[in-house]
Design a protein around this ligand. Structure first.
Ligand code: SF4
Length: 216
């Protein structure tokens, strides 16, 4: 079974508790206006990766001390069978560790929109962050980009780790920057106005952002 992914980053510190493995899936039909990850929309782009290979990456991240796994997108729940297979393996692997490790999944769907196969796919997730990105409803809530997005806690571990963050508004949204052969990546949920400000700041230093993923 293969999961279409856009990219993997580790460690991710801006999307969930502690240091994490982050997997961005490929394909999203929701087309939220203002989405910062338009490069993840096309289901035919990205790479198809065997869930066992992703589980190997996750196992390595766990051995390296990861506190958790974040699956984002794209829309992970457009691939419920592959996501279920991967998260089953990820859950087994975290169960073998001698410390607590959480699984967090982002989806643009509301919980009420999820079908049986999609709910089954995320049955091991400690936390879901649900709902569309709505550019007209900015929020300062951590790890969320708009006021309609909800942090749904589903397990005891999720409760302990994430309850303090449900209403938390940090002074600055946690963000990371990393680079690879494909380009420079911003990881995290930028606050209102951050992306235009970033482009202005780069331009003032003579740097033009080519093909930013937040523009058509
Ligand atoms: S914000 Fe998320 S759900 Fe909305 S279009 Fe972008 S990737 Fe899809």
């Amino acid at each position: 079974m293969k999961l279409a992914i856009n990219r993997v980053h580790s460690p991710v510190t801006a999307l969930g508790y502690g240091r994490r493995l982050g997997i961005w899936t490929q394909g999203c039909p929701l087309a939220c206006r203002g989405c910062m990850s338009r490069d993840t929309w096309d289901p035919a782009a990205g790479a198809e990766v065997a869930v066992e290979a992703l589980a190997d990456l996750w196992g390595q991240a766990v051995r390296d001390g990861a506190d958790g796994l974040t699956v984002s997108g794209g829309e992970p729940l457009t691939q419920p069978a592959a996501l279920a297979a991967f998260l089953e393996l990820a859950h087994e692997i975290r169960g073998e560790a001698e410390r607590e490790i959480d699984l967090l999944v982002y989806t643009g769907y509301e919980e009420s929109e999820l079908g049986e196969d999609q709910l089954a796919a995320v049955r091991h997730a400690d936390v879901l962050i649900t709902g569309r990105y709505e550019v007209a409803r900015p929020t300062r809530l951590i790890w969320r980009g708009s006021a309609g997005q909800r942090m749904l806690i589903r397990t005891e571990l999720g409760e302990r780790r994430y309850r303090p963050y449900v209403d938390h508004e940090p002074e600055r949204s946690p963000m990371q920057v990393t680079a690879d052969e494909r380009g420079v990546w911003l990881i995290g949920v930028p606050g209102e106005g951050t992306l235009p400000a970033l482009e202005r700041a780069l331009r003032s230093r003579g740097v033009e952002a080519r093909h930013p993923t937040w523009r058509p």
